[in-house]
Ligand binder design. Sequence first.
Ligand SMILES: Nc1ncnc2c1ncn2[C@@H]1O[C@H](COP(=O)(O)OP(=O)(O)OP(=O)(O)O)[C@@H](O)[C@H]1O
Ligand SMILES: [Mg+2]
Length: 305
Amino acid sequence: MPIQAIYVRITYAFAKVIANCYRKIVTLIEFGYVRAAPPIVLSSDDEEANMSRRNKLYEGKAKVLFEGPEPGTIIQYFKDDATAFNAEKKGTLSGKGVINNIISEHIFKALGNLGIPNHFIKRLSMREQLIKAVEIIPVEVIVRNIAAGSLSKRLGIEEGTKLPNTLVEFCYKSDELGDPVISEEHILTFGWADEHEIDELTHYALRINDFLSGMFHAIGIKLVDFKLEFGRFYEGDECITILADEISPDGCRLWDIETGKKLDKDRFRRDLGGEMEAYQEVARRLGILPSADVTKIADHQKTEK
Ligand SMILES: Nc1ncnc2c1ncn2[C@@H]1O[C@H](COP(=O)(O)OP(=O)(O)OP(=O)(O)O)[C@@H](O)[C@H]1O
Ligand SMILES: [Mg+2]
């Protein structure tokens, strides 16, 4: 037999062995005998390296959005930046992004299990989560159980007054205008959402309030009020309304039931101090406080300087 023919046979046999091994491994993985590698937990250095590689879509006051790995996905990065009074007051709360990322993940997963559609896909790292890209409905939905903040100021209702029923308010999402309160008629007149979408926003907002009120009550916290954002998610020809953005102490008022202590962004707004202790207390009571010292996880902005 010529030497070339021997080489061809050996190469063919070798390729067959490799192909067989590959098929066997795939079968074992499919049947669960071989575990896929555990998710890689990124360090803050890895996160910074990832951030510089990614394509930034938008940078807001509290988060940065990057292009996701698949079309229709976004990576939501939680910053330590804090703003209040329409960004008139600015600051940095070391570790806030980490806590908000895990609190929001915890809540969105729980809401998903209750059948409330939302943008959360998975947490990628300490400050990042993978989300479904939506077209944000330019209407913020505020749910109030107890009078506080702008409601008290606008209508002269003493802060802490229990409302006779849950109040759902809409605000037009516009930083330039200071997110003004609007009515359903404004939403319809200016085409920010249609009637069916307004019904869905209200329906989901009330269901979310029921769930969150119970969840926080169980850990000794009163849910005073909170803000939600929704978006349009396109699946083929279908367009569905899903919950987006975040739910964290940045956008909720949370008071300790026993002491009345504020455990939310009002600590920053009103110069009460102890913001991070309060945010961590919420995460601790929810049973999700990360073991690492979150205040030591550097924010990319500090290292960019
Ligand atoms: N799934 C999503 N798809 C697309 N955009 C989203 C999604 N979830 C949230 N967003 C938008 O991403 C931005 C998040 O950034 P951030 O919260 O820092 O914004 P912001 O400066 O607070 O501005 P805004 O007042 O619009 O919330 C918001 O504009 C929010 O509406
Ligand atoms: Mg925001």
